[in-house]
Structure formats: structure tokens, C-alpha cells
Design a protein around this ligand. Structure first.
Ligand SMILES: N[C@@H](CC(=O)c1ccccc1NC=O)C(=O)O
Length: 304
């Protein structure tokens, strides 16, 4: 789709960008400075796949647990060594622009978090072209409900998503739980290098597989939905941590800052944090490390 040609005053800043510049702003790998652009995603998948193999070999686990009838509606659950009924539950939603990535190469954080007594669920959802944005949002909400029912005495569900996964996690702020008959015990949202307004993507090659219309983008943009009809938190509101990497693009920075601001205006306990020295990919790769600030400092402050 061609970009709207003449932006009027007050319009979103991305509308003034050329289509080449917009494409670059929404290509996370092109902002990575520590390795060649074409090696970034392969390296990320390799680290994720190794972490997953290690997690499966060293942690008690239940793999391919169905949270729905669809073949793609599966999750892997990893447990700490000590047996307990009451534990914090960390759910991870992988990224990949809703068209790549899988739970089988996304268990980055499993070893460090299970070592701290946290149960980790790595959730799969039907990526495009099989799944649409609406279906993915619905799948994620059903995966949260499933875990709440399976572990009713959990000490809190902490929903973490990366990039496209952060978008799916953020959509849970707008979920209507009453139709599911259970309100999940969500105690925190950890949004890492996410996208909250999908409209610019309609004008990039990322949309080739997604086939999003402007209406689809609007209906699935937490930024838009919260601006129009702020979903006010049930008191007490749980914290929403919005992280962006130093080497994410200016558009990613803008989206995270604006989303955090919109959340605050709507009454959510939102905080914004730029993580120095990392990019869109090692912001997650480092979750494999025991000493990473994100898990040891930011996450554990919210979880414990
Ligand atoms: N084609 C993308 C890849 C990408 O964005 C990505 C890859 C793996 C995990 C997360 C990603 N970004 C958002 O979901 C890029 O230009 O970097």
C-alpha cells in the first residue's frame, strides 16, 4: 500500500517518512551494530534454540500442552526443581513480526527464572499466514485463561512479550475476561521492544504476509484502543514495564514512550526504561544469563 502523501499537522510523525525510511525504521535487524545485518536473526534463533535444548534437558517440563483445540495452540511449561503449588508464573510470547519464531526456539529465560522458583510457560500461537492478528490475540487470551485454571493458586501471572509478542501481551490489557468465566491473576506485564500502533506496518513489507487492512491494524493496536476508550485498570492496577533497547530504531523508541504515556493517562502503573548497550535482539538473548539486569533487577523487583 502506498504511503499517504501529504501529512497534515498533528498527524503521527511516521507519516512524514519516505517509504524507504519507514521500511528501515521497522526493520529491527538494520539497527544492530554488533554484527552484520544478515547474521542477526540467525544468531538470535540459534541462541534461542540452544537455550531451549538446555531448558528441556535440565528442567522438569511438560511440552506441547494444549491450551485449545487448534494444532498450534500449545505451550511448553518448565518448573523449578522444588515442588510447590504456589509459585509465580511467567508467560513468554515470542516475537518475529507475527510471521516467524516459535516456542521451540524461545526458552531464553527458562534456566535463570526457574532457578529463582518461577514456573515459565513459553506459548505458541498461529503465526501468519495461517493465523490473523485477531486470532493470535484470541489465542493468547485463551492461553492465559488456561494457565489460570490449571494453576489457580499461582502467586501471580507475569506476562512478558518480545517485539510482536509484546504487542500480544499488551492486548491483554484490553481483554474481556468475563466471557472466559475466569479473571486471570495477572500481576505484571513486561513489554520488551514492542510495537503498539500497527498502522505504520501496513505500509511496509512486513505486511506482505500479514495482509492487514487499516481496520485490522486499528482493531489490534493497543495504542489506538487505549487512546480512544481508555481501559481503566481494576484497582489495584498491576505494573506495566515498557522496555526498549538503546539500539532499537527511533520509531520503536517513539512507540514505547507514547504507549507508556498513554497507559499512565489511563491510570495504569506504567514505567518506561531504555536498556543501554543492547539492541532489539540481545535485549532477549541476554535473558539466558544469570546476571542480566532485566531478570535480576527489573523483573525480580516486580515478581518478588
Ligand atoms: N525481519 C525482522 C525480524 C524481526 O523483526 C524479528 C525477528 C525475531 C524476533 C523478533 C523480531 N521482531 C519483531 O517481532 C527484521 O528486520 O529484523
Amino acid at each position: 500500500m502506498a504511503l499517504p502523501s501529504s501529512p497534515s499537522p498533528g498527524q503521527a510523525p511516521w507519516r512524514t517518512l519516505s517509504s524507504e525510511e519507514l521500511e528501515k525504521q521497522y526493520s529491527p535487524r538494520r539497527w544492530v551494530i554488533r554484527m552484520k545485518t544478515e547474521e542477526v536473526v540467525g544468531n538470535f534463533m540459534q541462541i534461542g534454540s540452544q537455550a531451549t535444548q538446555k531448558a528441556r534437558a535440565t528442567r522438569r517440563n511438560q511440552l506441547d500442552v494444549s491450551y485449545g483445540d487448534g494444532v498450534g495452540e500449545k505451550m511448553d511449561i518448565y518448573f523449578p526443581d522444588e515442588d510447590s503449588k504456589a509459585f509465580p508464573l511467567f508467560m513468554f510470547l515470542h516475537g518475529g513480526y507475527w510471521q516467524s519464531g516459535s516456542k521451540d526456539d524461545s526458552a531464553f529465560m527458562v534456566n535463570p527464572l526457574t532457578a529463582q522458583g518461577i514456573v515459565v510457560a513459553v506459548v505458541a500461537y498461529d503465526i501468519a499466514p495461517k493465523g490473523t492478528l485477531d486470532q493470535m490475540v484470541d489465542q493468547v487470551s485463551r492461553s492465559v485463561v488456561f494457565l489460570q485454571r490449571r494453576y489457580p493458586s499461582n502467586e501471580g501471572i507475569y506476562l512478558c512479550g518480545h517485539s510482536a509478542g509484546a504487542h500480544l501481551a499488551a492486548m491483554m490489557l484490553l481483554a474481556s475476561w468475563t466471557k472466559h468465566g475466569v479473571t486471570p491473576n495477572i500481576q505484571g506485564l513486561l513489554l520488551v521492544s514492542g510495537i503498539y500502533d500497527l498502522e505504520p506496518l501496513v505500509f511496509t513489507s512486513q505486511n506482505d504476509l500479514l495482509h492487514m487492512t487499516l481496520e485490522d491494524a486499528e482493531r489490534n493496536s493497543p495504542q489506538r484502543l487505549l487512546e480512544v476508550a481508555p481501559a481503566r485498570p481494576v484497582v489495584p492496577a498491576y505494573p506495566v514495564l515498557v522496555f526498549v533497547a538503546q539500539h532499537d530504531s527511533p520509531e520503536f523508541h517513539r512507540q514505547s514512550k507514547e504507549f507508556c504515556e498513554t497507559l499512565r493517562l489511563a491510570g495504569w502503573k506504567a514505567s518506561f526504561q531504555e536498556l543501554c548497550g543492547v539492541d532489539h535482539f540481545d535485549i532477549i538473548e541476554n535473558l539466558t544469563r544469570e546476571d542480566y539486569a532485566l531478570t535480576q533487577n527489573h523483573f525480580s523487583k516486580v515478581i518478588f
